[in-house]
Design a protein around this ligand. Structure first.
Ligand code: UGA
Length: 430
């Protein structure tokens, strides 16, 4: 099948590469020429595990192409729109202009039956609006607009693509259903869920908001454990074994971040308010998550308040491990709080330094590794759960730090091992 993916961001690029790996002929377009040129050379523009090999393999086989022209719509059986829908704070809703602009631009190239799939996370009713835009611009166009939300997680997006828990398909068109089923046919295990377009659009936003709620619940439980005793890790494990609860998304930390959970919770809460169906729970989650980030910064400072000119070694800047993405990263927000209080901070992240630099600029110093960051530090803070932080050489670190204090926001440090070398190790919820 001929697929056109519009938008080569974290989701669009992964989808384009993976659909070509399934055997389809895929063209991925993006208006950023530089990005397209880099991809044509077989180089990734984002950090994503296992995507590089598949990119090179499918470029070589010529099943995957990159371009900048909308003209490619003419040959496509399926057009997947995967452009950004950032949250617009002034309007308190997603900025969907990019989607509507693409809808207008593709219209003149539709010359046969084409399925337009909305992959971006959008407000309920967007598919209807896209359909209307295309119909108004080209009343003769033969097409269906379908909602198939994407549930890929950054850092494990390739795995998620080939092992989806479910494929949600929002459409009333039997023909579109048949074509899309064919599209996913090479996937071994798959479970289709057919719904209306509105329900499909809501499933995505509701899923991310529910995940955020789950994380915030365990974060509050962690605070409670610190007050009354108990270990949040054990509590989460014991709770999660109940199938109705599930073990996933019960890891405590400095709060959820990234390009999705923060904006989807805000979008759902504000839309609820607009239509008179308040999401009091989600509003509490949003507020609690924002306060948590601030309180983690305050807590970090409290560990070094008696040290003059304290230096903080801050490890981990991405919003989670396995990605270079710093959008709405709790780690970045915490660093910003720390430097606003005049504290000296030296940062290190295995993948996200380049993106972090565009926000933190010259207000912090940048280390090449954990040990360089820890040199003369008065506290080591672990804010992102990178695997390599779990196996540090504590003997070496004990000789280079100034004060042996650890604040482990993600519970990744082996406390017993650190204690052996004289470190005080403060964890979260235990
Ligand atoms: C999220 C969803 O998990 C995906 O299903 C969805 O496709 C994607 O958004 C999207 O809408 O495109 P992602 O933003 O990549 O994926 O990140 P998550 O793995 O959901 O993590 C979000 C945040 O929650 C991170 O800051 C992470 O550290 C935090 N988190 C996650 C916790 O603090 N504890 C957990 O147990 C899990």
């Amino acid at each position: 099948m001929n697929i056109l993916v519009i938008g080569a961001g974290y989701v669009g690029l992964t989808m384009a590469v993976c659909f070509s790996e399934l055997g389809h002929s895929v063209i991925c377009i993006d208006k950023q020429k530089n990005k397209i040129n880099t991809l044509l050379k077989g180089k990734l523009t984002t950090f994503e595990k296992n995507l590089d090999k598949l990119l090179i393999k499918n470029l070589k086989s010529k099943r995957l192409k990159f371009d900048i022209s909308m003209k490619n719509v003419a040959n496509a059986d399926v057009v997947m729109i995967s452009v950004g829908t950032p949250f617009d704070d002034s309007l308190n809703r997603y900025d969907q202009n990019a989607i509507y602009c693409v809808a207008k631009n593709i219209t003149k190239f539709i010359n046969k039956y084409t399925i337009i799939v909305i992959k971006s996370t959008v407000e309920v009713g967007t598919c209807d609006r896209v359909e209307q835009i295309i119909k108004e611009a080209n009343p003769k166009a033969d097409f269906d607009v379908v909602s198939i939300p994407e549930f890929l997680r950054e850092g494990s997006a390739v795995y998620d693509f080939f092992n989806p828990d479910r494929i949600i398909m929002g459409t009333e068109s039997q023909h579109a259903k048949d074509v899309i089923k064919k599209l996913y046919k090479p996937l071994k295990k798959k479970k289709f869920v057919f719904t209306s377009r509105c329900s499909s659009e809501l499933i995505k936003c509701a899923s991310n908001s529910f995940l955020a709620t789950k994380i915030h619940f365990i974060n509050e439980m962690a605070d409670f454990c610190e007050k009354v005793g108990g270990n949040v890790y054990d509590v989460a494990h014991g709770m999660g074994l109940d199938k109705r609860i599930g073990v996933e998304f019960l890891k405590t930390g400095p709060g959820y971040g990234g390009g999705c959970l923060p904006k989807d919770t805000k979008a759902l809460a504000s839309l609820g308010k607009r239509v008179g169906a308040n999401f009091n729970l989600i509003e509490a989650v949003i507020c609690g998550n924002e306060n948590r980030i601030k309180s983690f910064a305050t807590k970090t400072l409290s560990f070094v308040e008696n040290i003059k000119n304290a230096k903080i070694a801050f490890l981990g800047l991405a919003f989670k491990s396995g990605t270079d993405d710093c959008r709405f990263s709790p780690a970045i927000d915490i660093v910003l709080h720390l430097i606003n209080k005049g504290t000296k901070v030296c940062v290190y992240d295995p993948a996200a330094t380049k993106n972090a630099r565009s926000v933190l600029k010259t207000k912090v110093s940048y280390a090449k590794n954990e040990y360089e960051a820890a040199k003369d530090a008065d506290i080591m803070v672990f804010a992102t759960e990178w695997k390599q932080f779990r196996s540090l050489d504590w003997a070496k670190l004990s000789k280079i730090v100034n004060s042996k204090i650890i604040f482990d926001m993600r519970n990744i440090v082996d406390r017993q091992e650190a204690l052996k070398y004289g470190f005080e190790c403060y964890k979260t919820g235990c």
